[in-house]
Design a protein around this ligand. Structure first.
Ligand SMILES: C[S@@+](CC[C@H](N)C(=O)[O-])C[C@H]1O[C@@H](n2cnc3c(N)ncnc32)[C@H](O)[C@@H]1O
Length: 276
């Protein structure tokens, strides 16, 4: 049956809808795994004065960092840990096939809780994209950090990111436009008593309706001193804060260096590296 203009339009609409790939949009909006793994290795070399080999990505989701890690060196190995089979499966079908066969063999995925005892040992363990903010009590966060401490190698490091600033203590929504879509970061509220905050990611593909709450996060906004203290309580010898530099126009320059003094920015992202 020949297609009428109307049915052609419908087919086009359906195929455009299929392009809504939440993990791909997430990768394009908030992740730079190739840059991140080089930074982790630089920090390890700077603190440990030797070469790392084994990398563990806790809360790995689609394990993009693990995929980038094994590309850096033919001896490197990566473990990705996540309890949700959905993002793991996405990574297996979309990102693993992009690696060479010998790189694929060096990525090992475990569908597990990061609190499980006896997780694989590693030189570098990371918890990125603020994932550990899901632990709302000091007791739970400490339990997680202790589990990491036990499995990070003798000369290993543990790296986490965190964010803050006065803008994060208010309800607001910001967006950034990309070529074919808009990304929205929506902070629903912030409770100064509990430091709990709810965030959502929405996306709008060009020419389509905004899809709300594609990802939702119910987090406790941990602060740098709290995280450092808990890391030290579970046994990490030293903790270092990496703070972003500023361009002449006053925006972040993407270069993170060690510091003991930050700046009261409206919004900031920082990293902590803990030495065993
Ligand atoms: C914010 S996403 C981060 C994904 C990825 N790390 C990234 O940077 O894009 C949080 C991930 O943590 C996983 N997760 C939540 N609780 C977990 C737990 N207790 N153990 C392991 N994974 C967990 C979720 O399934 C989800 O994939």
């Amino acid at each position: 049956m020949p297609k009428t203009k109307k049915s052609q339009r419908r087919v086009r609409k359906i195929s455009e809808k299929r392009l809504f790939d939440k993990y791909d949009l997430y990768l394009k909006s908030v992740q730079s795994p190739d840059v991140d793994v080089v930074f982790f290795r630089k920090v390890y070399r700077e603190l440990r004065k030797k070469e790392p080999k084994i990398f563990r990505e806790d809360f790995c989701g689609t394990f993009t960092l693990s995929c980038e890690w094994v590309k850096l060196n033919p001896k490197y190995q990566a473990y990705g840990i996540d309890l949700d089979p959905e993002p793991l499966e996405y990574g297996r079908s979309h990102y693993l096939p992009r690696l060479k066969e010998n790189q694929q063999k060096r990525v090992c995925l475990l569908e597990k809780n990061v609190l499980t005892p006896d997780l694989p040992q590693a030189d570098i363990i990371v918890a990125m994209n603020f994932s550990y903010f899901l632990f709302k009590s000091r007791m739970m966060l400490k339990q997680y950090f202790l589990n990491v401490y036990r499995s990070v190698k003798k000369d290993g490091i543990f790296m986490l990111d965190l964010f803050g600033g006065s803008l994060c203590q208010d309800a607001n929504e910001e967006n950034s436009k990309n070529k074919n879509f808009t990304y929205y970061w929506d902070q629903e509220d912030f409770d100064p008593v509990t430091h709990r905050a709810k965030f959502h990611i929405h996306f709008k593909l060009k020419g389509q309706k905004k899809v709300k709450n594609v990802f939702t996060y119910d987090w406790r906004m941990w602060t740098i001193p709290e995280v450092r203290e808990i890391l030290e309580e579970v046994g990490f010898k030293k903790t270092h804060v990496y703070w972003e530099g500023t361009t002449r126009s006053g925006t972040g320059d993407g270069v993170y260096t060690r510091t003991e003094k930050g700046e009261a920015c409206l919004a900031w992202v920082a990293y902590i590296a803990a030495e065993k």
